[in-house]
Design a protein around this ligand. Structure first.
Ligand code: PMV
Length: 324
């Protein structure tokens, strides 16, 4: 057989308890557990074709050929799957995102989840979800969580077997909404791979990691009981703790801009006024505002008029990835 191909679609996710820092960078073993919501309405579609006529791997993102570090990262991930499966052929990888680049959605999560699923299928490698999540994790830590729909936890640990993701609750458990406030669409200066590495230069990283199991268990319980107030408090604390580490790393990472702060303040005021909403921010200036179906319109109305807000994207809780 000259070629074997498969195609998969995966959704990005937004973490409520954030993963920041590895105990092993090569294996991407996260230093702390993380919990996220898989997002619907946005996805990455990836086709992988192993082809004996190719002399090297190829990678196309949104129909544009990519070389350099982007191709290298995809190729390294294919090597991992080739090692596990015995597949020896090079591959063409074609990926398309349904969301704009730089929208404040971590595209690496949906990208490496879809790539893992499609490449394993094309290489005839049969793995269960837990094993697939461990493979995806080695491409991008947050990608392990995109192997499932709904509410998902990625476990931390000191070896590959311990660091797998699992579903805490399915997507229909709690119909939360994520209002993504887009402030800046330019590419982030410092990506998460180097951020994970430099996190250990911050004096706040060790205490943040030491307290993470406590935050994760509060978050897990708030999801189980659908307690919005508790979830709001713990998720904002966790996001602020990660940004405190970022700000105090060497070199310091400041991802916020004045509009980011005004969104954070507006969210706090809305909550004081009785709205169910909280913010959480990844490695960029854009803000994810998590709310309920009931308060979604009020929250969107208050945020869209703020100076510096470029756009607003609305997502619900998404399902697991699919092979097409
Ligand atoms: O998967 P990575 O290496 O892009 O890291 C994700 C880091 C954050 O998005 C900031 C937090 C998280 O848990 O998703």
């Amino acid at each position: 057989m000259t070629a074997s191909s498969a195609q998969a679609r995966a959704h990005p996710n937004i973490a409520l308890v954030k993963y920041w820092g590895n105990v092993n960078d090569a294996l991407r073993l996260p230093a702390n557990p993380s919990i996220s919501i898989t997002l619907d309405g946005v996805s990455t579609l990836t086709r992988v074709c192993f082809d004996s006529t190719l002399s090297a791997d190829q990678f196309f993102l949104n129909e544009q050929s990519r070389s350099g570090p982007a191709l290298e990262r995809v190729s390294n991930h294919l090597d991992l799957i080739r090692d596990l499966s015995g597949e020896t052929r090079n591959a063409t990888v074609r990926s398309e995102n349904t969301f704009p680049a730089g929208a404040g959605i971590a595209s690496s999560a949906s990208a490496f989840a879809a790539l893992t699923l499609a490449a394993c299928k094309a290489a005839d490698l049969m793995l269960d979800e837990r094993a697939l999540s461990r493979v995806a994790r080695q491409g991008s830590g947050s990608a392990a969580r995109s192997l499932y729909g709904g509410f998902v936890e990625l476990h931390a640990g000191h070896n590959d077997e311990a660091c797998y993701a699992e579903q805490l609750a399915p997507e229909h458990h709690w119909p939360l909404r994520d209002i993504i406030v887009i402030i800046d669409t330019t590419h982030k200066v410092t990506g998460s791979t180097s951020g994970h590495h430099s996190s250990w230069t911050s004096p706040f990283q060790a205490p943040r990691v030491a307290d993470a199991s406590r935050r994760a268990s509060i978050c897990r319980e708030a999801i189980r009981t659908r307690d919005f107030k508790v979830l709001a408090e713990i998720a904002e604390l966790d996001s602020n703790m990660m940004h405190a580490v970022m700000l105090t790393s060497t070199p310091p990472l400041l991802y916020w801009n004045p509009t980011t702060l005004s969104v954070m303040q507006t969210v706090s005021v809305l909550r004081q006024e009785g709205c169910e909403v909280f913010y959480t921010i990844d490695a960029g200036p854009n803000v994810h505002c998590i709310t309920t179906q009931q308060d979604e319109t009020t929250v969107q109305g208050a945020l869209k008029t703020l100076t510096g807000v470029k756009d607003i994207l609305r997502c619900g809780v998404g399902g697991s990835p699919t092979l097409l």
